[in-house]
Design a protein around this ligand. Structure first.
Ligand code: CP
Ligand code: NVA
Length: 312
């Protein structure tokens, strides 16, 4: 079953094909009304169910509109509105939804909810963010870098900030795309310091990735092709004040961005907190690609859905 749960589990060939498809679909429908179907719709009534245990703007709207553009449809529910919220098991929910829809996207608190669902479903499951990773986001991010002329196989990407779920997916995808990944996070908020993500870097290195960990923010930024960060307080984090105190030295400001390669791209998955993880000047500046990055969620996820459904 082609589940899209972790980028570490999908072949480099397939990930490359998904990105190529995303670029091609975006180009093919340029100028069309946003809710119109693609010139050659890949789906014919296929349905994606979406279950959200956490808030979402981009993921929800991009998947819904994406399914419409592909010629499919979608059904969205908050987990608390389902019997799941009253204690029906994930396994039973998976077995039932497998009778109604063709694929399921889940945004969960615990990653195990997604893997548990997949183990009991007869249909593909897409990870729409968990506490472990955010694979759809990274496909959009890599697409955005390619649009700006970055050759991923020889690129240096610098993550400066919280060692969170988004970073984990950049780590998981590094062997497939060949970029060098530099990481600068405080020890208390590092991937290695979190039992949920400890070991991911070593696993990616074992699969051929080049990852430089525990760098200072400026060493990570120096000469990099992209500076990437995320909010300092993710959904579910309860230690807001401690996080802000530990992460303040990791803010991306104009001086730090100037240390990167000329014309380097600034990425952020959004939502952004101005004057925390980056200054307004950087977020709104000419090197920021965050709005293209948000749009590319749509194109990249359409390609993910096609891959899951064998319609690529
Ligand atoms: N970047 C992202 O996943 O945004 P949402 O939480 O709004 O879906
Ligand atoms: N790291 C953030 C990403 C939000 C899209 C979170 O998990 O809340």
């Amino acid at each position: 079953m082609p589940h899209f749960i972790s980028l570490a589990d999908i072949s480099a060939i397939d990930l490359r094909a998904i990105l190529d498809d995303a670029h091609a679909m975006k180009a093919a429908r340029k100028g069309q009304p946003k809710g119109s179907t693609d010139p050659t719709p890949a789906l014919n009534g296929d349905t994606l169910a979406m279950i959200f245990e956490k808030a979402s703007t981009r993921t929800r709207f991009s998947f819904e509109q994406g399914m419409r553009q592909l010629g499919g449809t979608s059904i969205v529910a908050g987990a608390q509105d389902m019997q799941l919220g009253r204690g029906e098991s994930v396994a039973d929910t998976a077995r039932v939804l497998s009778r109604f829809v063709d694929a399921v996207m889940i945004r969960s608190n615990a990653h195990s909810t997604i893997t548990d669902f997949a183990a009991n479903a007869d249909i593909p499951v897409i990870n729409g963010l968990s506490d472990h990773n955010h694979p759809c986001q990274i496909m959009a991010d890599l697409m955005t870098l390619e649009e700006r002329g970055v050759k991923l196989s020889s690129a240096t990407l610098a993550w400066i900030g919280d060692g969170n779920n988004v970073l984990a997916s950049f780590v998981n995808a590094a062997p497939a795309f060949g970029y060098q990944l530099r990481i600068s996070s405080p020890a208390a908020y590092s991937l290695e310091g979190n039992p949920k993500t400890a070991g991911l870097i070593a696993a990616a290195v074992a699969r051929g990735a080049t990852i430089l960990n525990d760098l200072s923010p400026d060493d990570a930024a120096n000469g990099a092709d992209a500076l990437i960060t995320d909010c300092w307080v993710s959904m579910g984090d309860t230690d807001k004040d401690e996080r802000i105190a530990a992460l303040t030295p990791y803010q991306i400001d104009a001086a730090r961005l100037a240390k990167a390669a000329e014309g380097a791209t600034f990425l952020h998955c959004l939502p952004a907190y101005r004057e925390q993880e980056m200054t307004t000047e950087v977020l709104e500046g000419p090197q920021s690609a965050v709005w293209d990055e948000a749009e590319n969620r749509l194109h990249a996820q359409k390609a993910v859905v096609k891959w899951c459904l064998g319609a690529g």
